[in-house]
Design a binder for this molecule. Structure first.
Ligand code: ZN
Length: 244
């Protein structure tokens, strides 16, 4: 589940992401009453097996059984905040009722990582790169998006408005190009190539992390034409030293 919003006195509207129908909105009726049978089984970000009935406007949740709650994500603020961020991105980048099985799998793997991994930074960057690919915006990291030459092992420029990397010659003339070091490029390419997040995480210098994170964030915000709401909260937690 990506999101829950209160409706009327006792209901909630749920935004769900499903393996076969993509994103769906459904009503969980009476779920805020203490006596509700559904109550304990419609947690935000949980992985659940649900039965929906076709409604006039929105589907109606008739049964729900939680399969995974991702416990540590609920107990630790930073883990939970990262989950808000990835759920917001999935919501922003998808339309209702368009099947995308690989994106469903990516979401489950990422939520599991946010509950279990000790390197949430890498879990979230892996998610961003692969989400972009699965919704048709794979960042171009091997050829210059200006002159098409192979990107060489040196400092280059990441350019959100062009969806990839510019070589030094092209990048110098592009005002929106963000410098990206050789190590920053290696991390982006490595994570893009991997089929699953690296089990042990990545040990990286803070400067390289900042570069990679800001390249991906700029690209996401350029595509959405706005800031991602939950990013402001993540930034504040980090500023206050509550991030890992
Ligand atoms: Zn070039």
């Amino acid at each position: 589940m990506l999101k829950r919003v209160d409706l009327g006195e006792a209901d909630k509207i749920l935004t769900l992401y499903t393996p076969h129908f993509g994103k769906l909105r459904a009503v969980a009726k009476g779920v805020r009453r203490p006596s509700s049978r559904l109550g304990g089984h419609v947690d935000e970000f949980a992985y659940a097996d649900m039965l929906l009935a076709r409604g006039r406007d929105l589907d109606i949740v008739t049964q729900s059984q939680t399969l995974e709650t991702f416990r540590r994500m609920r107990e630790e603020l930073w883990r939970g905040s990262c989950a808000y961020y990835i759920a917001e991105l999935v919501d922003c980048f998808t339309e209702d009722r368009i099947e995308n099985g690989p994106l469903f799998d990516l979401l489950v793997v990422t939520l599991r990582g946010l509950s279990e991994s000790d390197d949430l930074w890498t879990t979230v960057r892996f998610f961003e790169l692969h989400l972009l690919e699965l919704v048709g915006y794979r960042p171009q990291l091997t050829h210059c998006v200006g002159c098409r030459t192979d990107i060489k092992p040196e400092s280059n420029y990441f350019t959100p408005s062009l969806g990839g990397v510019l070589c030094p010659a092209c990048g110098r003339n592009e005002v929106s190009g963000l410098p990206i070091s050789l190590n920053g490029m290696k991390v982006l390419r490595y994570l893009q190539r991997l089929p699953a997040p690296p089990a042990g995480g990545l040990r990286l210098e803070p400067a390289v992390r900042r570069e990679v994170e800001s390249a991906l964030r700029s690209y996401v915000e350029w595509l959405l034409e706005r800031a991602v709401k939950s990013c402001a909260f993540l930034d504040r937690l980090r500023f206050e030293g509550m991030a890992s």
